[in-house]
Ligand binder design. Structure first.
Ligand code: NAD
Ligand code: IPM
Ligand code: MN
Length: 349
């Protein structure tokens, strides 16, 4: 049976890097156990332009019936002032699919060490995963209000929402370094106090793992000062958003970081952690690695195609180590040149 992948290219560099990801998927598909059927749908700014909504009903229905979803990136100045925005569509999609766990791996391979603005001895061996709670917290809490003179949001967590993301983090840690760093602001925020107490309780179910707590301000510093000290970082929606962009400085660019988002049952969604990069959109120079590695995560997690996933990751590393770099990493390669080199590497392998 063919597996149905819903493709949401989105806006800005989204369609450019999605094209790369799909070419790479095509190159490995013949070696896969499964075959794949792609279905493209408008979403984000493209949804607003083509169907009058950031998350058109048909797009959502297709996602609900998919075996996996690939998302490029959404957003841009064109839609910023509208009442419906691409960002609203993204949050609505995450909520509708109950995508509560967002897995953001940050590994610095040897090919990337000299490209980071940080000293090699600090980043060498960095291999951490940020587990970001994605469907609750201040992004979704009610009430919220915006007037000309006053505005507020609500950072709300239900205990069961904290429990399930902590379970995801501990299970992941069990397959790796067995250390979980829970990041919060429990010295100030009520939601963080519940988060920390719940983390303590859940940790008892994983006696083989170590739990430590860090306040988010200090964690932001330690992430750059000594990234090797981290294995699995688990944190709320907002802190996870911020810390993962910060962590992209370790491998040298936002353009190399993929992510996977899971629910308890339905399809998973795979997307770069970065946005639509309006400053470089349309120039053909975006780094496609974040999207290509998101495709690899999809093959591994949704379709158990470990060999194909590993081949893609190895091919990206190989091309980087040959010095073929896009401009964000200090090189001259275009999106198309980098993608073509990865495909040739895969086909030669
Ligand atoms: P951004 O992540 O789009 O860009 C930040 C910086 O990183 C820019 O200088 C950009 O050129 C660079 N960059 C990002 N990805 C790159 C890549 N693959 N290759 C080379 N350089 C890359 O963040 P922003 O500029 O703050 O936001 C732009 C828009 O994207 C906004 O509308 C925002 O809401 C949206 N956004 C969407 C997502 C998503 O779709 N999941 C994520 C973040 C931001
Ligand atoms: C991300 C983005 C989104 C978020 C925005 C565009 C709503 O920054 O996917 O990291 O904050 O979650
Ligand atoms: Mn973000």
């Amino acid at each position: 049976m063919k597996k149905k992948i819903v493709v949401l290219a989105g806006d800005g560099i989204g369609p450019e890097i999605m094209a790369s990801g799909l070419q790479v998927l095509d190159a490995v598909a013949k070696k896969c156990f499964h075959s794949f059927e792609l279905e493209e749908h408008p979403f984000g700014g493209a949804g607003l332009d083509e169907a009058g909504a950031s998350l058109p009903k048909k797009t959502l229905a297709a996602c609900q019936n998919a075996d996996a979803i690939l998302l490029g990136a959404i957003g841009g100045p064109k839609w910023e002032k509208m009442s419906d925005t691409p960002e609203k569509g993204l949050l609505a999609l995450r909520k509708a699919l109950n995508l509560f766990a967002n897995i953001r791996p940050v590994a610095v391979s040897s090919a990337l060490i000299h490209l980071s603005p940080l000293k090699p001895e600090i980043i060498e061996g960095t291999d951490l995963i940020i587990v970001r709670e994605l469907s609750s917290g201040i992004y979704f809490g009610e009430p919220r209000e915006l007037t000309e003179q006053m505005a507020y949001d609500t950072a709300r967590y239900q205990k069961n929402e904290i429990e399930r993301i902590l379970h995801s983090a501990f299970k992941l840690a069990q397959s790796r370094g067995k250390k979980v760093t829970s990041v919060d602001k429990a010295n100030v925020l009520a939601s963080s106090k519940l988060w920390r107490a719940t983390a303590e309780e859940i940790a008892k179910e994983y006696p083989d793992c170590r739990l430590e707590h860090q306040y988010v301000d200090s964690a932001a510093m330690k992430l750059i000062q000594n990234p090797k000290a981290f294995d699995v970082i688990v944190t709320d929606n907002l802190f996870g958003d911020i810390l993962s962009d910060e962590a992209s400085v370790l491998p040298g660019s936002l353009g190399v970081l993929p992510s996977a988002s899971y629910s308890t049952d339905g399809p998973s969604l795979y997307e770069p952690i970065h946005g639509s990069a309006p400053d470089i959109a349309g120039q053909g120079i975006a780094n496609p690695i974040s999207m290509i590695l998101s495709v690899a995560m999809m093959l591994r997690q949704s379709f158990q195609e470990e060999t194909a996933a590993q081949a893609i990751e190895d091919a990206c590393d190989k091309i980087l180590s040959k010095g073929l770099l896009t401009h964000d990493l200090g090189g001259q390669a275009t999106t198309a040149q980098f993608t073509e080199a990865v495909i040739q590497e895969l086909e030669g392998a």
